[in-house]
Design a protein around this ligand. Structure first.
Ligand code: F6R
Length: 588
């Protein structure tokens, strides 16, 4: 969840690290800090708050030194305090370190270390700095020290470490949390995310789990936790720096919502052979399981509903955090399809770790190039939608959906599938051009404490997604429901003026959903219909164009994203960085 980074080279480190932190702020934004080393001085600047406000207060970018580490935090252990912010320094100032992940045995380590070390924070991370110092005093060799320490830590961790008596070296350690080396000219980077250094280099080395890297300004050496040397080729990543700017938009989130008319098309650009192989593997399975978290789980639900019509094997969709019984029922005939924007979601990666030994074939759908998911899968398809910076999933969701359609078209032998999606992308543009017409509905939602989203069949996952967007961006309680379920309990909550958003284009489920909307209206609800056709039950109608029935989810979601975004703006929330959330959920 946190973003960690390190720099070594010919430049002053602090300004480079500050920019890296801003780029990685989506990973966590309750506190941040930078540490540099100059001559024999270790400088640590850290505080709570967003990076810009910390920088205004203590000038993060003004520490001296050409080597440094930095961290942007999403609190897990210990509250949001300056003391708990990273970087952490060991007692004798020999080790400065940043950590992303969770150390499960930190209480035990704390007990073992606390007699000889002054541990100041409540975090699970600070013990690592002290442990490294203790081990370094014995071993005197940084690589050997980090091997020993890694074996003593339980849990997930990516670390960037500097030993203050080795000012020309910086170290990275990876186990179950992302870490990437950026290779520059007389300078190198270590980071949780490529976007943090993409302005300087697009040549990278992806570390694997249980590896340690030693980086100087012009060399990179990798070993595993047993000290064996690893040779790894560099990868060239083709992401333009422009992709991570906001351009003319006021937030990444709205920029990414607008990008969808082109990103859904980009998702179709798959290598023919690889795509064919993916689909062949998929249909060869005797049991198909689809998994994801949050928005990616909603795609899993839609995928399941569509796929069952085209394959003979049973298809199940499950939340990655609720996997036990599904994992138990997988064997070597099973196909697992993990779906993830970041490719780093801990719950999802754990599912894969738990089934790999059973011979399950893993076919993944992911966005972040070089992510853990892409590297542990047997076959994978990339969303090609570029970095998604806004914490709420928007363009990645519709790109995932576009890939689902591409697979379904292939199975259904639909020849003009790509053309259908390209046509849809123009309809997305039309919907986006009408965003100003939503004002009255935004006012209604803004005044409400609870909002209900109803949909049947393939619209049910979109109702779930619409509710999730409103919760995380506008901080309004929202519930996404199967429309037919309201009469089984939820109607009791409906009061005069309660907004109910009905996702109801004109298809087979239209009339039933209208009945449910009428039941809500009779109890005082204000009905907002998202539909290709108006109806007298709607107090407000958000018109979407008529399209082929199975394609509605891709366009009906767009007004829901706009409603959530503009309600957030109306409430003066920052939609790019919703409170308490982080984009890449690398802890369980
Ligand atoms: C919602 C959202 C989250 C993610 C979830 C999974 O807007 O962004 O619910 O969808 O954390 O993330 P990925 O897709 O990266 O595995």
């Amino acid at each position: 969840m946190c973003g960690i980074t390190g720099y070594i080279g010919e430049k002053e480190a602090a300004p480079v690290l500050l920019q890296a932190l801003k780029r990685m702020e989506y990973r966590g934004y309750d506190s941040a800090g930078i540490s540099t080393i100059y001559k024999d001085n270790v400088t640590i600047k850290k505080d709570i708050g967003r990076i810009d406000s910390i920088n205004e207060k203590i000038e993060l970018g003004k520490a001296e030194g050409k080597i440094g580490v930095a961290h942007t935090r999403w609190a897990t252990h210990g509250g949001v305090t300056k003391e708990n912010a990273h970087p952490h320094l060991s007692c004798k100032q020999k080790v400065v370190m940043v950590h992303n992940g969770i150390i499960e045995n930190y209480r035990q380590l704390f007990k073992e270390l606390s007699d000889n070390h002054e541990i100041k924070s409540e975090t699970d991370s600070e013990v690592i700095a002290h442990l490294i110092e203790e081990e370094y005093d014995k071993e005197k060799n940084p690589l050997k020290t980090l091997q020993n320490v890694s074996k003593k830590l339980d849990g997930s961790f990516a670390l960037v470490v500097i030993f203050s008596d080795k000012k020309d070296e910086i170290y990275g350690v990876r186990k179950y949390a992302p870490l990437i080396v950026g290779i520059g000219e007389q300078e190198n980077f270590i980071s949780s995310d490529i976007v943090s250094f993409i302005d300087y280099t697009d040549n990278v080395i992806f570390l694997e789990d249980k590896e340690i890297v030693k980086v100087t300004s012009n060399s990179i050496e990798i070993v595993n936790f047993d000290g064996d040397k690893i040779s790894r080729d560099k990868t060239h990543v083709a992401w333009e720096a422009a992709d991570v700017s906001k351009e003319e938009f006021s937030h990444h989130t709205i920029k990414e919502i607008h990008e969808q008319s082109s990103t859904v098309q980009n998702a179709l650009n798959q290598d023919d052979e690889e795509f064919e192989e993916f689909v062949n593997k998929l249909t060869s399975g005797k049991n198909i399981f689809i998994t994801g978290s949050g928005s990616s789980f909603h795609i899993a639900l839609i995928f399941r509903k569509m796929l069952t019509k085209f394959v003979d094997s049973p298809v199940q969709a499950f939340l990655s955090s609720e996997s036990e019984e599904y994992i138990e029922s997988m064997n070597d005939n099973a196909i697992l399809i993990p779906i993830s924007q970041s490719g780093e979601t801990a719950d999802l990666l754990e599912v894969i770790r738990n089934v790999k030994d059973k011979g399950v074939t893993v076919l993944s759908i992911y966005n972040t190039v070089g992510s853990s998911l892409s590297r542990v899968s047997d076959f994978s398809l990339n969303l090609n939608c570029g970095p998604e910076i806004g914490v709420a999933a928007t363009k990645s969701f519709t790109s995932q959906l576009a890939i689902v359609y591409k697979i379904i078209f292939k199975l259904g032998n639909v020849k003009d599938g790509n053309e259908k999606i390209i046509e849809l992308s123009n309809k997305i543009k039309d919907i986006l051009s009408k965003e100003k017409t939503l004002q009255e509905i935004i006012e209604l939602i803004n005044e409400s404490n609870d909002v209900y989203f109803l949909g049947r069949a393939i619209h049910h996952p979109i109702a779930l997604e619409g509710a999730l967007k409103l919760k995380e961006l506008a901080y309004i309680h929202a519930e996404g429901m199967a429309a037919g379920e309201i009469k089984h309990g939820t109607l009791a909550l409906v009061e005069e003026g309660t907004p109910a958003i009905i996702i109801n284009p004109k298809d087979e489920s239209y009339n039933d959903t209208i009945n449910n909307a009428t039941e809500m209206k009779a109890r005082g609800a204000k009905i907002i219909g998202i539909s290709s056709e108006d109806n007298e039950v709607y107090d407000y109608w958000i018109e979407i164009p008529k399209v082929e029935n199975m394609l509605y989810p891709l366009i009906e979601l767009v007004p829901l994203q706009l409603l959530a975004y503009y309600t957030a703006i109306r409430r003066k929330n920052n939609p790019d960085y919703p409170r308490n959330l982080a984009k890449s959920v690398t802890v369980k």
